[in-house]
Ligand binder design. Structure first.
Ligand SMILES: CC(C)(COP(=O)(O)OP(=O)(O)OC[C@H]1O[C@@H](n2cnc3c(N)ncnc32)[C@H](O)[C@@H]1OP(=O)(O)O)[C@@H](O)C(=O)NCCC(=O)NCCS
Length: 268
């Protein structure tokens, strides 16, 4: 089988330029390294391309979530330096969070890592996962981009912010009382975090939002290597999705869950 041409830093930078990312921007990145094909230099090359594109005045943010291992636990310990994230959000965030300039936020299951002058402004309070005071709310206020590098809208965390804003009836809040966060200096703090957890038996369908948002003309799309690369303003994701949710509170669910919700609401 013919080997695909390796993807270089300049290919990625050129793709970022095509989708409208430029100096000074704040960018939240959902990524899949393997989706590109072969990237020369691996995750570090993607990170370098992102940081060079936004420059010294821009800020790159990646999810460093630990939802998978933590959400079923009664208590959890998040060690900001040592708790890995590759299995949950990929090698690009795992590599990014270890850069000396990166800072990681203290939300117990929905932390992010950031590099750039808006780092303080996107750390969130460490309380809500997605609602007021959270990173995702701050990204909205900063008019940040959401960038998909080979990842699908299935990974679009901002849609959870829509669910929390709309207080969907198929999620509920749980706290992490008794859980701890170990800071980079070794000190421990009590976690204040709450999570907006999906009721068992319900499933989301976020992937459909790609075509729906494309229909609204708000997606800038190109291909880098083999990776579909999409930039969209977080405000567009949020504001447009809220319109759909006002019509149908189950809009972000998969079809069986949507029917189940409609039936349960009809019975009330
Ligand atoms: C889960 C997810 C990260 C998996 O994507 P992936 O491409 O398989 O995994 P990674 O990004 O970690 O990349 C590692 C893979 O790239 C490949 N790889 C290794 N070196 C590479 C290189 N130089 N160039 C290209 N691919 C390479 C390997 O297949 C490697 O897999 P391995 O570690 O099992 O060997 C992705 O599907 C996804 O969902 N991304 C979005 C995550 C997110 O933001 N979630 C937030 C909401 S939950």
């Amino acid at each position: 089988m013919a080997q695909a041409t390796p993807v270089t830093l300049s290919d990625i930078a050129s793709g970022l330029d095509t989708v409208g990312i430029s100096a000074g921007d704040v960018v939240l990145v959902h990524s899949s390294l393997s989706a590109f094909g072969y990237v020369e230099g691996g995750a570090d090359t993607v990170i370098d391309a992102l940081l060079e594109t936004v420059g010294a005045t821009g800020t790159v943010v990646v999810p460093t979530f630990t939802w998978g291992p933590f959400h079923k636990a009664e208590t959890a310990v998040l060690d900001l330096v040592n708790t890995p994230v590759k299995d949950e959000v990929g090698i690009i965030p795992e590599t990014f969070r270890k850069r000396p300039q990166a800072r990681r936020s203290v939300h117990i299951c929905h932390s992010v890592a950031a590099i750039g002058p808006h780092t303080d402004g996107v750390m969130g309070e460490g309380i809500r996962s997605f609602g007021a005071g959270s990173t995702f709310h701050q990204l909205y206020q900063l008019d940040a981009w959401c960038l998909f590098l080979g990842a699908t809208f299935g990974s679009c965390t901002e849609l959870h912010a829509v669910e929390e804003y709309m207080q969907v009836p198929y999620r509920f809040h749980r706290d992490f009382r008794g859980s701890k966060v170990i800071l980079p200096d070794g000190n421990e703090i009590e976690s204040q975090s709450v999570e907006f957890l999906r009721t068992p038996g319900y499933g989301n369908d976020f992937v459909k939002m790609r075509d729906i948002l494309a229909g609204h003309g708000v997606l800038n799309i190109t291909t880098v290597g083999q990776a579909e690369t999409i930039a969209v303003r977080i405000r567009d994701i949020f504001d447009i999705s809220v319109q759909y949710m006002r019509e149908d509170i189950g809009f972000l669910l998969d079809e069986p869950s949507r029917r189940k919700l409609a039936e349960s609401m009809g019975q009330q």
